[in-house]
Write a protein of this length. Structure first.
Length: 153
């Protein structure tokens, strides 16, 4: 793989399928109580992981990146060498693809870590979806926020 994260044509013909991860992050207030949710499917479309975490008081964009980082860490820990990530955060997708600069000092380290982890995969793709295309990840993020707020409230 070249240095371009999204240059995956060369790896499509290799053995091994693509895992698909839907990730979402949110906050109630910006910043406010935040969490992420993610669902990972194996190459056959079977759900192999549901991930979520309450993040305390954070911004929505921070939560989106934490969801992305969670699926990248999961993929590397579980032998998923090719990963397609679907997110409803247009900002994060465009930043990961290099179309937007990461100006926020709070997001920069998260973006750098996501780039570093993505380069460890044999294939990495990311695409934007509308909110309706990420329903289960959104539900998990909201459940994480609900649980976290109960424990702190």
């Amino acid at each position: 793989m070249s240095g371009n994260l999204f240059e995956t044509e060369a790896v499509r013909d290799e053995a091994g399928g693509w895992y698909v991860a839907h990730c979402d992050g949110g906050s109630r207030g910006n910043p406010g109580p935040a969490g992420y949710g993610a669902v990972v499917e194996d190459p056959e479309g079977l759900v192999v992981a549901r991930l979520s975490e309450y993040l305390g008081r954070q911004t929505n964009n921070y939560a989106e990146y934490k969801g992305l980082l969670a699926v990248l860490v999961w993929a590397l820990a579980n032998g998923a060498r090719r990963l397609r990530v679907v997110s409803d955060s247009e900002l994060m997708v465009r930043q990961m693809k290099g179309r937007y600069k990461v100006k926020s000092p709070g997001l920069r380290p998260l973006w750098e870590e996501a780039q570093r982890l993505a380069l460890k995969l044999k294939g990495f793709e990311m695409r934007h979806t509308l909110r309706g295309g990420n329903k289960e990840a959104d539900r998990l993020a909201n459940e994480a926020m609900d649980e976290g707020m109960k424990k702190r409230g």
